[in-house]
Ligand binder design. Sequence first.
Ligand SMILES: [Zn+2]
Length: 279
Amino acid sequence: MTPAGKRKKLAAKMKFENNFSPTSQGVPILCYHNVSDTKYKNYSLYTLPVKRFKTQIRWLRRLGYSAVSLDALYEHLANGKPLPLKAVVITFDDGYRDLQTTTIPWLAKMELAHTLFLNSGKMGGTTGWIPRAPDISILSAEEVKGIDRLHGDWVDFQAHGRNHLALRNQTPETVRKEVMEDVQSLESILNRPVSYLAYPFGYYDANTVESVVKTPLRAAFTVDQGLCRRGQNLHSLPRVEILGNDWFIDFIMKLVFGWSPIAKLRTFLKLTWVKLRSG
Ligand SMILES: [Zn+2]
């Protein structure tokens, strides 16, 4: 093949990779809550049975995805450092106690990086912010330290607000206090810097972002669906929630596209059906 032919072939290959690589297209940031075989009433949407969670993660690996840390993601977004061709970020909100047996040791054994977003004011206690659901146990500071000692190479702990207060429609002082008290408390427990925040309930507005930008935090995460890309606002990055009523195809769609059109259609049809029946 002539050098020009080779160049053309290489360009075509790169175009193909650029078109289809989730890294160039964006990185899915998966947002889980609890993983447990306990059936928490009115919390099944946010609790994945252990077997289903493990099936999802095994498929993620089978499809060639590599789990990367938030630091690696940040270096990519802020400084253009390359990520694996198919990168994914795995996160868990709230720090449920169940995770210390159902999830963390297994992910560490599989050498998969993942992050828990914690509310330091709730540690060792129970949720209390979920309407109609029972209070669910949250990891204590001692348990977090223990997990960090055993699995710290693979699990990372970051901020989720001191008391899981919704940070939308709040004064800048309240936002700063909720965020920074959590950051400082986690830093003293872990003895290392905490640099990322997941907005409690995923709620935020322009003022929330403005307040968080003024803190030393490097990035903050929402639950707005979509893939994470360079050029997005670092303090309102998208994540896709993996839910208890997702079908397997939804998980694959969420992994590849950052959202599931099938889940959207299902919700729309369900709502239409309810309206028709009641109308
Ligand atoms: Zn939460």
